[in-house]
Structure formats: C-alpha cells, structure tokens
Design a protein around this ligand. Structure first.
Ligand code: MG
Length: 387
C-alpha cells in the first residue's frame, strides 16, 4: 500500500508531490515508460527517477569517477576538479535550473550523475586512444560506454545484469551519442526531454566556469590573461562594482561565481521566454518543438570565445600535452598486451570476451579503470612506472 492510499499516513506520495510541484511539460514519473526488466514492487516512498539516481550513486562506476581526471591530472595537485566533483557541480546547477522551471529534479539529478559515468581514464586523451585502438571494432565513445555499464557491466541484482534504469534515463543518454554524431532529431521528431536539455546546458555552464577557475589556480594562465576574454572581463567588472578592492584568490572565486550565475540566469531567462507560451503542453508535446533549453544568443557567442581561449591556452598547454601522450601510450600498450595475454584479464572480462569478442572486452576493462589503476597495471605489465 502506498502512503497516498494509506489514509492514516501523513506522508505524501511521490506522484502527489509531482502533481503539485511540476509543470505539465515536466517528465512526470507516472508517465515513465518503465524499465527493461519489469519490477513487480513499487517502492513505497521513492519514485522511479529517485531510484535511478540511487542506483547510479551506488554503482561501482560512479565511485570510480573520484579517480578519473576531468581536465587536469592528479599529479598536478589536489585542488582542481575530478570527474566526480565535476559531476556533482553539474547536478547542483542542473537542479537549480530544473527547480526554477518546475521540471523533474529527481530525473535531472539522475541524468546529471549519469552523464559522465562512461569516461575512461585520462579524460578525452583516454577516449581518443581507446577509439583508435577499437577503430576496427566499432570505436569507443564514453557516451555509449555509459549505456554498456548501465545495461551490461554493473552487477547489482540477482535476476539480471545492469542497473535496470528507466527508459527515460537510458534514452536521454542515447541522445547524447546521437548528438555527437550530429544526428539531433529532425523537426517534428521527438527531441530530448527538457530534463536532459537542462543537464546538457548545466554541463556546459559548469565546465566553462570550472576550467577557467582551475587553469588560474594551477598557474597555467593568469586571471588578467583570462580577462582578455569578454565574458570573464565582464564578470570581473561586476564583482568589482560590489567589492572594489577584492584581490587574489577571493577575486578569482568571485569571478567564477559570477560566471556561473550569469550563465544560469541568462539560460533561464531565454527558456522562460519560449516556455511561457507552452505552459500547458505535456512532456511529449514540448519535445516536438524546435526550441531548446540551452545557452543561446549573445551568451552562446561569449561562451564560444571563452572555449576558444581555453582550448588554445589551457587544453593544449604543454603540461597537458605531455600527459596526453603518456596516457595514449599506456592505453595503446595495455590494449595490445591484454589481447596477447588474455589470462591477465580478470575472470569477469575473460567471460565477457566470449560474448563481445576480446578487443571490445579489453576496451571495456581499460575504460573502467581509474587513472591510478591504469598507471599501476601499466607498471605491473609493461614494467615501467609512469611516475
Ligand atoms: Mg560533463
């Protein structure tokens, strides 16, 4: 019996709460298309997307995000973002946007915690290396690997492999793969759920702000150099209007706060303009519109300027290029070694090789590693320390 059915209970059911709080265009739990494996038992007080969030949070792959780099490696210090702290920042910003627009925060949180779960060790350098290793076997994409983790590799339940997430979470992740291939749904087709659009926007807001922050903190660029980019210059001017004499790390942090706040404020303002006219549409109806919740117009232009700066001055910095070639070499050599000596693979991946073939199983094993574990395996197998 649910709480709502139990007249003696004063606790509110998930469905009742959503009916009161969410807009019609939000993804309501009661309209979920369910899970791949039917589950007979409804949870008494957690809705399906809350359960997805918890399944992701308790997964092995999620915990390993703490050992995976975002942009900067562990040997560059312990201040900067890891893949895990990036993920939590995205979730926080995404929930802020979702709440303001009366979208489903539980779904947004699940999608945010899930969005980078498929990243291999060593960030995009690791992804490029694995994609090259697997080019004869379908390539590698962290967005696709997130689905492999969620549907095949995670082992949590007695009856089936995978986390058995709702179709809304899995389909939203599948859209991320399509988007990377440039195949965003055509006009009239179903676009991403608004909740998925919010997470995509929050990801972009977050990494632009925190990569700017980390790059100054790690002395790859100075704040003055960063302020040659108009959006950062404007953020500093805003801070100085309120606090004329602020300097040093407090100034840097205040500028980052303003960068995040401006992006969220303007993304929300733009969304409000078009959503205002469609307040009575359902989640499916609003997905047929060409409109998107995303940084747009002048904000999008200014973000591109910042991203061009970060690409030229930070992502291609010699300290990161050195890491990139080291990571590429490690993954390439381990990919070859594990194929020549599959007995070095853990039993679960030897078994997986019988199902998906040895190259893909090796790729899946390597992709699941943290940066540190990859270094360690490289040392054990190839006899060289990365340190
Ligand atoms: Mg991300």
């Amino acid at each position: 019996m649910s709480f709502a059915q139990d007249s003696a209970s004063f606790l509110q059911s998930n469905a009742e709460r959503e009916r009161l709080l969410l807009a019609p265009y939000a993804m309501h739990s009661c309209d979920s298309r369910g899970r791949l494996h039917e589950e007979m038992i409804e949870h008494p007080y957690r809705g399906p997307f809350q359960r997805d969030r918890d399944r992701i949070l308790h997964s092995s792959a999620f915990r390993r995000l703490s050992g995976k780099m975002q942009v900067f490696t562990g040997d560059m210090g312990d201040y900067h973002r890891t893949r895990l702290t990036h993920t939590h920042e995205v979730a926080s910003i995404a929930r802020t946007i979702a709440r303001a627009l009366r979208l489903n925060e539980d779904l947004v949180e699940a999608l945010a915690l899930f969005h980078d779960i498929g990243h291999p060790p060593f960030g995009h350098a690791g992804e490029d290396a694995l994609n090259e290793c697997l080019k004869e076997h379908g390539g590698f994409s962290h967005n696709r690997y997130a689905l492999t983790l969620a549907n095949e590799i995670e082992q949590r339940y007695p009856g089936y492999s995978g986390l058995n997430l709702t179709r809304e979470v899995l389909d939203s992740q599948a859209v991320r793969i399509d988007k990377l291939k440039g195949a965003f749904p055509a006009e009239g087709e179903l676009g991403p759920l608004l909740e998925a659009q919010v997470v995509e926007a929050a990801d972009s807001v977050t990494y632009d702000a925190h990569d700017a922050d980390d790059s100054v903190k790690l002395n790859l660029v100075t704040l003055d150099e960063l302020c040659t980019v108009p959006i950062v210059h404007e953020a500093r001017a805003t801070v100085r209007r309120h606090y004329a004499n602020v300097r040093g790390s407090i100034l840097r942090r205040a500028v980052v706060h303003e960068l995040i706040d401006r992006q969220v404020r303007e993304t929300l303002a733009a969304a409000e303009v078009w959503l205002r006219d469609y307040q009575d549409l359902t989640a499916d109806e609003v997905r047929r519109l060409p409109n998107r919740i995303e940084p747009s117009g002048e904000l999008a232009d200014k973000k591109r300027e910042l991203e061009r700066f970060l690409y030229a001055r930070v992502y291609r910095h010699e300290r990161l290029l050195a890491m990139r070639s080291r990571a590429t070499e490690q993954l390439r050599r381990l990919f070859v070694e594990f194929q020549q000596k599959p007995e070095l693979l853990p039993p679960s991946y030897r078994h997986r090789a019988e199902v998906v073939g040895l190259p893909r199983a090796v790729g899946d094993y390597l992709a699941g590693m943290t940066d540190r574990f990859c270094n360690q395996r490289f040392f054990e197998i190839c006899g060289e320390s990365d340190a």
